[in-house]
Design a protein around this ligand. Sequence first.
Ligand code: MSP
Length: 505
Amino acid sequence: MAYRYITTPIYYVNDRPHLGHAYASIHADVMARYLRAAGHDVLLLTGADEHGEKIAKAAQQAGEEPGAFAARHAQSFQQAWAQLAVAPDLFIRTTAPAHAQVVADCLTRLYQAGDIYLAEYEGLYSVGQERYVTDKELVDGKLPEDKDPPVLRREPNYFFRMEAHRPWIRDLLRDTPELIQPAQYRNEILKLLEEPIGDLSISRPVDRLAWGIPIPWDAGHVTYVWFDALLSYVSAIGYPDQATFGAYWPAARHVIGKDILRTHTLFWLSMTHALGIPPYQRLHVSGHLLGADGRKMSKSLGNGVDPLQAAETYGVDTLRYTLLREVSFGFDGVISNAIIEQRMNRDLADDLGNLAARTLAMVTQYRGARVPAPQTYTPAEDAIIAHATTLPDRVLALVDEMKLAQAIELVMEFVRQLNAYVASSAPWQLAKDSNAAGRLDTVLHTLLEALCCTAHLLAPVMPGKMQQLLVLLGADSGPAWHLPWGHGVTPGNVVTTGILFPKQG
Ligand code: MSP
């Protein structure tokens, strides 16, 4: 059994979670569920990034203390994950004392090693992204993802010698092509690394911003929010000396959106390198969800879909399926209520739901709701069994690269093969012919067994609905992985009819 450590971004808790957050978290959760089903020992981390200017400003606007404000929102994130069937093993809060201690220890070590120095800084700062920006990044005077233009800042800051790690990061990316996926993001960073990346400002003067982890040797400064938040990936699992860190860190996979690619490569890789922490194993980078108007989904534009409302309207499993299937990881893609409804009706109601409903109805009608025992297989069944037998490994290979849309599509291809099999074997004709009783048993058993296999393969995506399907099928086990053919349903067990995915609209 191998260890796997999967992380979502540690979200700013300045508001309720939106669909962009849900997109990253659902991907991480589904990968965790697949790997766990396949027998790995998995830890899934999410959490709340509670310090920094963005939170301080939002708290001030709400007329609350930043600590109370962040705690309230951290809780709403935790509740949202439960409602979206995202089941983290760990939830880190950057205000937790144990985390603050790790940050302070790391800062002290780097300072003592001469990796941190004090200097006067002048530059343009984006509060939205919580980082200094360069002129080159600005479009019409601001970052495309920001509402407001950056502000000019001149102040003393502590700096971390990030530039010194540039050659090492470049070599790492060159030597480890799979480190950043999909490849276009690795290429983007390799290009950036051709020129100096500069040193990283890692502190803020308290007279401007007091909401942060104090710099251990200078009470006049607090830690820069990104330096603090990135360390939560290791503090959450007991860095530096706990066994959990030793076991899981070598298998760390971060799931992030492309808007935070630089921080997770330039900042994080140089930080870990300076601290003597091995680099993460993978960075899985998503594109952006776009609203129906084709622009990046955001609250201010009002083009977003509320994840909790969508889960309420369509069901959480339908929402999870649609998000994963519709927008291929790594690429931008449009999501709207109309798109969710279309996917739900086509893939879930028409293809999968209909196959299950028809099969269960036929077993009920022709075999008194008992699972029949198969008789002689023909090439049609052999083809289905061969397909079912190779599917789990093919699905896992795609999951390993976070190609979840393709993994799902493989299973849905199988579902379409089964629908074609229903049409070509025409059980309703067989039911009229008393000489075809054995053949009908074989067809019905094959369909039940194949549906059981489908339920196992899609359970990480739709845990609730696939568990329900297994119950309707009279399957003995809960979701399992790679059951040999014939071990899903047991002849003689009772099935129940039911509609898993009612058609809408
Ligand atoms: N706090 C930092 C992350 C620190 S990780 C050590 C942060 N938080 S955030 O709340 O702004 O969430 C960022 C993540 O939300 C992005 O990386 C991205 O994954 C996701 N998204 C936000 N809007 C998005 C879309 N419209 N589409 C897809 N994901 C986007 O950054």
